[in-house]
Design a protein around this ligand. Structure first.
Ligand code: SER
Length: 430
């Protein structure tokens, strides 16, 4: 099953269950307190407060998301985690004051385990619930999940509601207890049982059902909303990794194709097959992830700049480029990937609301990436001079503040600054 098949199955399932399908909004958030949409629910924010104008109540969506700043920021995980992407598509069902825990849990369970849908073995499913959420615990038990596979998760550091099972839109705001569904890849992989630390490669969180009931204020007190709502989110690329049985987002067919494109372009500039074979996996993960994200961001009308959305885009392109320098590339390269990446992405995100297929935009994306690579090459060339100067001013010591300044002002990658410190015996704190 490919991305498009799974997306279709999910949307149709919820339509059959009386949900209205809402297409993905732009990845650029329409709300000022959020740069990019980071979850399916964030585009429906207002409906959690007031559903008066709805002539339908329940919604199903497949929302483009980007987790690159604020509370949900995965940028530094990319390259090291097999389960994270900066860009992903979030499948979700929502109810604003209509159904609640029982129906929501039942529908998710059926979609995952029923023969007509994903047909996942019930023994491979592990559940976590907020320790005070007895309702969810009992519903899962009633559906046949064994007691030892339902974990009650408490608060961290004795701070009330500071828990992986109490979801919050940001540091405060809309929130509620959540129940997470994990998939067990089996004992050939290492990892702690969900709720007991790092789940490693063995367990994968596939779906989060959040029961939005409150607004958390800045003092962490909860105010009850007028009605209870449901917000669920399942990362499409992750659930596809389960169905394609590959235990890594980067091994699903989509990413394999993207990574193959990078390899072919490397061969074309005379890297040998043996050399390419020995390049780290993290190299390919960073480039495939970041260039895919950049394409989606530019496709939604953002240009690299020093502010807000444009700054995030710039950071992603530069992080990819800097990665290229580790294998000695010194000329623009990423732009060569764009056309071929686009062909693969159109196949998988074949819907105007996800990716607009238009020759002018394509050419534009390629040009933007090319220019940004060139800008950054100039910065890197000047970087050494900037660093040497800074070294004198700071008496051979780089504080965290200085490092952040160099990063924010000149766009010098943190890794570049730290590498420079190490190879020149300069003390630093970071
Ligand atoms: N809002 C929840 C999340 O992002 C579920 O959609 O995980």
């Amino acid at each position: 099953m490919f991305l498009s098949d799974l997306r279709k199955l999910f949307i149709n399932y919820f339509i059959e269950n009386n949900h209205k399908y809402i297409k993905s909004s732009s990845i650029v958030s329409k709300y000022k307190d959020l740069l990019f949409v980071n979850s399916g629910m964030s585009v429906f924010k207002k409906l959690f407060y007031n559903n008066n104008n709805l002539n339908f109540v329940d919604i199903v969506s497949n929302q483009k998301c980007l987790r690159v700043n604020g509370k949900y920021n995965d940028i530094n995980n990319i390259g090291f985690s097999d389960r994270h992407n900066t860009f992903f598509e979030m499948l979700g069902n929502f109810s604003f004051g209509n159904y609640f825990k029982e129906k929501s849990i039942y529908m998710s369970f059926k979609f995952l385990t029923d023969k007509n849908y994903l047909s996942i073995d019930i023994n491979k499913i592990i559940i976590t619930v907020y320790y005070e959420d007895y309702d969810s615990y009992n519903i899962w038990k009633k559906l046949g999940i064994k007691k030892y596979n339902i974990v009650k998760v408490g608060d961290k550091n004795n701070i009330k509601y500071n828990s992986d099972n109490f979801w919050n839109i940001s540091y405060f705001g809309l929130c509620g207890p959540c129940t997470e569904i994990y998939y067990d890849f089996g004992d050939k992989y290492d990892g702690n049982f969900p709720g007991y630390g790092n789940v490693g490669d063995r367990y994968l969180e596939i779906w989060n059902l959040v029961f939005i009931q409150y607004i958390m204020n800045k003092d962490r007190n909860l105010l009850k909303l007028k009605y209870n709502s449901v917000d669920t989110g399942m990362g499409l690329e992750r659930i596809v990794s389960v169905i394609q049985n590959v235990n890594s987002n980067y091994e699903i067919k989509l990413f394999k194709d993207l990574i193959d494109i990078i390899k072919i372009e490397l061969y074309k500039i005379n890297f040998s097959v043996t050399f390419v074979k020995n390049i780290s996996n993290s190299f390919f993960k960073i480039i495939s992830d970041h260039i895919r994200s950049s394409i989606f961001i530019i496709n939604d009308g953002i240009f690299p700049s020093n502010k807000k959305h444009g700054y995030i885009l710039r950071k992603i392109i530069r992080r990819s480029y800097y990665n290229l320098t580790s294998i000695g590339i010194k000329k623009p390269f990423l732009y060569k990937l764009i056309n071929k990446f686009l062909l693969v992405l159109y196949d998988n995100y074949n819907d105007k609301s996800l990716l607009k297929n238009n020759n002018n935009i394509n050419k534009n994306i390629e040009d933007i990436i090319f220019k940004e690579e060139n800008n950054f090459i100039n910065i890197l060339n000047n970087g050494l001079l900037i660093l040497k100067k800074e070294c004198k001013t700071n008496n051979n010591f780089f504080s965290r503040e200085t490092i952040n300044k160099l990063y924010n002002t000149y766009g010098l990658p943190i890794k570049l600054i730290l590498d420079f410190c190490k190879s020149n015996n300069i003390n630093f704190e970071y």
